[in-house]
Design a protein around this ligand. Structure first.
Ligand SMILES: Cc1cc2nc3c(=O)[nH]c(=O)nc-3n(C[C@H](O)[C@H](O)[C@H](O)COP(=O)(O)OP(=O)(O)OC[C@H]3O[C@@H](n4cnc5c(N)ncnc54)[C@H](O)[C@@H]3O)c2cc1C
Length: 430
């Protein structure tokens, strides 16, 4: 039953006040989930895992995805699955402040891990909403937000990462369809996704940004091949995705033909917003008590150099928290996520790099070889995994370029693919 149906006072949901929303959301959460118990870090107790990305077996992943889907369906049906979304597509049509408030409330409850939907709802769904035709929005948005479907991002290629506009995966028109051939890489979650947002080259004769077109592809379509990639840490979140003459209906084009760069920007702005802001930061702040106890356990609590290093991390974590809040305040006041969100992504990656370096210094060989000592070797996954934070959603160097050019107004960096007259060279396709 939709949440609106349950209201007896006849008012539209959009007229609800934040206080009323708080009451109703809290009542829903109390009825459907257990409140998290106050977690205090005690050395030697419970799990010592400090993984950045949860790494589980394929069977465990499937079970967790199922639980995550069930929770999404319950909250969607009660009106908490897409709080800001237009009502015609199953959303509640409420301001962003309500969504933010919901996230804060939900974080206090022990609910199934929602990591599977980060890209799907943080990037793919907003792009469908902004660039899909009404039929496509009707078909996918409700199902994505209800967790019946998951979407992945298919931008990066072996030769197009930071320079994503260099994409060579070719799409050729054939009547009402497009035939797609090429390869994508680093495609997070492609192995459990139902649809993918794929950036293709439709005109190889024009400068690179002008010949791109974005599509929504059915991951089960004939010719789509997903191969897992194993990471340093042992897990396999990423995939290579190969397209062997995959047919995509023209209705599944996101934006105009050869205007795919504009569509890509919508996705990338949402990506940076979802990586830099929100819950991620809380998790990292929570590592501080664990670091303090690690230092005590190692007998370094009085060592001035260690104390200075720890203090630096606490300061960085606080600055990140405040920067994050500033960026969120902009979003909460109804403004679109802007380039300044690149600062929070950058600050997060800086904090993680410093944490990994600090922990590797204090633990020494314990982080490289497992002695069985609680709370020591467990950091190895963090140290190995954090490198991805410096790359995902735009590398540190690219983020610095964006901040320099778009926030500080500095001159643009020289672009190697422009000729003396400032023209860009076309990109050959596969
Ligand atoms: C955890 C994670 C998840 C990801 N998920 C996805 C996904 O779901 N879908 C997807 O499409 N992609 C995904 N990616 C890929 C990611 O977007 C790319 O890895 C990233 O854009 C960098 O591209 P690249 O790896 O090709 O490195 P390159 O672009 O080859 O960069 C190599 C090095 O050169 C530097 N460099 C490049 N250009 C410049 C420049 N102009 N100025 C200064 N330095 C420069 C970079 O900073 C980097 O240090 C993911 C990556 C990670 C780590």
């Amino acid at each position: 039953m939709r949440y609106e149906d349950e209201r007896t006072d006849g008012r539209k949901m959009a007229e609800i006040t934040l206080d009323e929303f708080h009451e109703e959301a809290s009542a829903f959460l109390d009825a459907h989930a257990r409140r998290r118990s106050e977690e205090r870090f005690v050395w030697g107790e419970g799990s010592d895992a400090v993984d950045l990305f949860k790494e589980v077996s394929p069977e465990e992943e499937e079970a967790e995805l199922e639980a995550a889907r069930e929770w999404r369906a319950v909250k969607f049906d009660q009106g908490f699955g897409w709080i800001t979304g237009p009502e015609e597509y199953g959303g509640r049509g409420l301001p962003r402040a309500f969504e933010w408030h919901w996230q804060t409330l939900e974080a206090a409850y022990d609910v199934p891990d929602q990591r599977f939907f980060g890209i799907s709802l943080g990037m793919v769904a907003p792009t469908i909403l902004a660039h899909g035709i009404p039929e496509v929005r009707q078909r996918y948005l409700r199902r994505l937000h209800r967790g019946e479907m998951v979407g992945c991002q298919l931008f990066s290629e072996p030769d197009a990462g930071s320079d994503v506009a260099n994409a060579k995966t070719r799409a050729v028109r054939d009547g009402d369809e497009w035939v797609v051939t090429g390869q994508k890489v680093w495609s997070s979650g492609a192995h459990y996704s139902d649809i993918g947002e794929v950036l293709t080259r439709t005109d190889p004769e024009v400068p690179k940004h002008q010949g791109l077109t974005m599509f929504l592809v059915d991951m089960a379509a004939p010719g789509v091949e997903v191969r897992p990639l194993r990471q340093l840490t042992g897990g396999a979140h990423f995939n290579e995705v190969f397209f062997h003459e995959v047919r995509i209906p023209d209705s599944h084009r996101l934006g105009e033909v050869n205007a795919g760069w504009k569509t890509a920007i919508t996705t990338l702005m949402n990506e940076r917003a979802s990586i830099g802001a929100g819950g991620v930061v809380d998790i990292k702040l929570a590592n501080i008590p664990q670091l303090v106890e690690t230092v005590r356990h190692l007998g370094l609590a009085r060592d001035p150099v260690t104390r200075q290093g720890l203090a630096d991390l606490v300061v960085k974590a606080r600055v990140l928290d405040y920067t994050n809040q500033r960026a969120l305040a902009r979003v909460r006041s109804g403004q679109a996520p802007g380039p300044e969100l690149s600062i929070t992504k950058q600050a997060l990656s800086d904090l993680m790099t410093s944490t990994a370096s600090f922990v590797a210094t204090v633990l020494g060989p314990r982080v490289a070889a497992d002695t069985g000592e609680w709370g020591t070797y467990a950091w190895a996954k963090f140290v190995l995994g954090m490198a991805s934070m410096r790359i995902a959603g735009g590398t540190e160097e690219i983020m610095k370029n964006i901040v320099g050019e778009r926030v500080l107004g500095l001159p643009k960096e020289p672009e190697a693919d422009r000729d003396r007259a400032g023209r860009r060279a076309p990109v050959p396709t596969v």
